[in-house]
Design a protein around this ligand. Structure first.
Ligand SMILES: C[S@@+](CC[C@H](N)C(=O)[O-])C[C@H]1O[C@@H](n2cnc3c(N)ncnc32)[C@H](O)[C@@H]1O
Length: 244
């Protein structure tokens, strides 16, 4: 099995440098959305660097917050940047965990759910979210859509001081195939090539919403990032919000 791209140091460094804005913006949007709601516990599935929970803890009177992520690099980073004794970061799989705690809010941000390849794993994650939610608790996540998959093919090049990256995206076999070639500058001035790839999946809005409904979620809404209703067939990223 391929090592997760997040556990390849150059990819991780690149990701942390370029991708923190999404989690930060998501925290700002959710803080505004739930400002009048009593939220005392948050579970962030595939929490990455922990930046989202660290932002959320500043605005909610949390009793506890938990972040789970599969990548050791991500969890080590989250632990070393943890700004609150109320937050815990755990290395684990969002398709298979049991915390013996329930939460007011469960999130899974930045298309992390697309990392689950089979729909069976999406269902396991939904079931876990449901069983860890308090009654009337909220579950929200976002995913890259079939429209994004259709328009996914592209090659790009990024140049930095100590490494360069060639990225090649394809939608072979109806999946997101990311191929990265990193040219990392060595002390002797030569470049070392580090290759990595990642596969992600997506499914139809209908399958996702009917599954959430079958599990027991209520008030399921597909929306844009600001929670305004959207036409899910016309967006590259769809946000879902629902309740237990
Ligand atoms: C695109 S990043 C998003 C990180 C974070 N949610 C954010 O908003 O910055 C995807 C994350 O999903 C994690 N991940 C992938 N599969 C996972 C799984 N089965 N269980 C838990 N985390 C997983 C990766 O390690 C990575 O940190």
């Amino acid at each position: 099995m391929n090592k997760s791209v997040y556990d390849i140091d150059v990819f991780f460094k690149d990701y942390v440098a370029k991708n923190s804005k999404f989690s930060f913006d998501r925290a700002v949007t959710l803080k505004e959305k739930f400002k009048d709601k009593k939220i005392t516990s948050i579970l962030d599935l595939a929490c990455g660097t922990g930046l989202f929970l660290n932002e959320m803890v500043k605005s909610f009177d949390l009793e506890y917050g938990v972040g789970i992520d599969l990548s050791a690099n991500m969890i080590n980073y989250a632990k070393s940047h943890n700004q609150s004794s109320k937050l815990k970061f755990i290395k684990g799989d969002m398709t298979n965990f049991s915390l013996k705690k329930t939460f007011d809010l469960i999130t899974c941000n930045y298309d992390a759910i697309n990392h689950l390849i089979t729909f069976e794993d999406w269902q396991k994650m939904f079931n876990n979210a449901y069983s860890h939610l308090k009654i009337s608790g909220i579950f929200t996540f976002d995913y890259n859509t079939l429209l994004k998959l259709k328009n996914f093919n592209r090659t790009y090049y990024r140049e930095y001081e100590d490494y360069n990256c060639v990225g090649h995206n394809t939608n072979e076999n109806d999946r997101f195939n990311f191929n990265f070639s990193y040219y990392v500058k060595q002390k002797n001035g030569k470049y070392k090539l580090i290759k990595s790839s990642q596969i992600e999946s997506t499914f139809s809005h209908k399958l996702i919403t009917t599954t959430l409904k079958r599990i027991g979620f209520k008030h399921i809404k597909l929306c844009c990032k600001d929670f305004k209703k959207c036409n899910p067939n016309k967006v590259l990223r769809c946000f879902v919000i629902c309740e237990k």
